[in-house]
Design a protein around this ligand. Structure first.
Ligand SMILES: NC(=O)c1ccc[n+]([C@@H]2O[C@H](COP(=O)([O-])OP(=O)(O)OC[C@H]3O[C@@H](n4cnc5c(N)ncnc54)[C@H](O)[C@@H]3O)[C@@H](O)[C@H]2O)c1
Ligand SMILES: [Zn+2]
Length: 363
């Protein structure tokens, strides 16, 4: 097992990563007799992972209640949040009760938000079980739910007390979900670490085959990069925005296709190819470098081209993005592989041109 810290001063917390972390949960979060936990999960995840976690906490003498939520992004809403809060009141969760989010990003986001607002905030622990949640959503304290008028519109920053990552739970994860998580892993290499990107090129087959050592390394390095960026800019006033590489395009793709048609990671994959193409035009990313990124994305069996969307629709969709500030489109671009920058001065014509070239190539 490896451990690292998210350095947020008084709110700093550890991330523990390894093959058999769940059975050690009690020790790792310091659970003692009579401590109370509410584990929030869904039926699928519970069938694979609940016994180990609950057993560990109960062996330490802690009292554990379990709340099952319906599965899927469609349920990441006020109704589910309300049901969860009701269950917490019913089981008499207290200020000192720790909420444990056991699941993918959907569970983590809802449970984290419930922890942020229940009795004005209670402790919570993230136990992510998808690759995306292990490398991205469980670290950094963004929590929330969707509103009918916009994704992740309602939420709070609420940091967990600890993140427990058991990479062995990925064995049961559907392949498509694994690949979607790989898109975010590739993103970390692209924005911060050319060496990691080269490692990914050499190990992408092993990752797709769920090789335990390869997955552990990919999760660890991704968490290190995300933890470093979050520690430097918790509230996304600057550097944290680099984590949105590919995401302005991805959000447009997700909205255009209707949520659920493309997994988020698939849209991010195509979005990164779009952003790399724009980077070639406006900040000097080499053709060979853009090619290399696209090749890695293809090797991860992820889409390398966006769906057909008309140019004016692209721009309209991107302008609606939550990340737009004062109407200015901001892009995360690559000066070179491993080095991202933030640009808010890219002419719309450049964006349209880059997208036009891509769609011509895809035809
Ligand atoms: N808070 C953040 O910083 C942040 C960052 C990125 C994404 N997100 C959010 O994360 C969500 C997406 O998360 P996700 O991709 O994990 O999707 P998800 O939570 O819907 O999980 C995907 C599917 O895998 C199943 N599953 C989970 N673990 C499993 C396992 N070990 N074995 C078998 N099946 C398993 C789930 O039940 C679900 O059906 C989105 O709502 C997104 O907005 C949040
Ligand atoms: Zn993402």
């Amino acid at each position: 097992m490896k451990s690292l810290e998210v350095g947020l001063g008084a709110r700093a917390y550890p991330i523990h990563i390894g093959e058999r972390v769940l059975p050690r949960a009690a020790e790792l979060i310091g659970a003692r007799a009579h401590d109370r936990y509410v584990v929030v999960t869904n039926a699928i995840v519970a069938s694979h992972c609940l016994a180990a976690l609950r057993g560990a906490l109960r062996d330490a003498g802690a009292k554990v209640d379990v709340v099952l939520l319906p599965d899927g992004e469609a349920h990441k809403n006020q109704r589910t949040l309300d049901d969860l809060l009701t269950r917490m009141v019913e089981v008499r969760a207290e200020r000192s009760t720790t909420l444990v989010a056991l699941g993918g990003g959907v569970i983590g986001d809802i449970a984290g938000f419930a922890a942020a607002i229940y009795q004005r905030g209670i402790p919570f622990v993230q136990v992510p079980t998808t690759l995306l949640a292990q490398v991205d959503s469980s670290v950094g304290g963004k929590t929330g739910i969707n509103h009918p008028l916009g994704k992740n519109m309602i939420g709070a920053f609420w940091q967990p007390r600890a993140v427990l990552i058991d990479t062995s739970v990925l064995r049961t994860l559907p392949e498509r979900e694994l690949r979607a998580g790989l898109a975010e892993v590739i993103k970390y290499g692209a924005i911060r670490d050319a060496e990691f990107l080269a490692w990914l090129e050499a190990n992408v087959r092993a990752l797709l085959a769920k090789d335990a050592d390869a997955l552990s390394h990919a999760v660890l390095r991704s968490c290190e990069i995300k933890a470093g960026i979050v520690a430097a800019d918790e509230r996304e006033t600057g550097e944290r925005a680099l984590l949105n590489f590919g995401h302005t395009f991805a959000h447009a793709i997700e909205t255009a296709q209707g949520y659920g048609a493309w997994l988020h990671g698939e849209a991010v994959a195509a979005g990164m190819v779009c952003a790399a193409r724009l980077s070639q035009r406006v900040c000097g990313l080499g053709d060979d470098e853009a090619q290399r990124l696209a090749k890695l994305i293809a090797a991860a069996e992820l889409p390398t081209a966006p769906p057909a969307i008309a140019a004016d629709r692209w721009l309209a969709l991107m302008e609606r993005d939550k990340k737009v500030q004062s109407g200015v489109l901001r892009f995360v671009l690559l000066e070179r592989l491993g080095h991202a920058i933030l640009r808010d001065d890219v002419a719309k014509a450049e964006v349209a041109n880059a997208l036009e070239t891509l769609s011509r190539e895809a035809r």
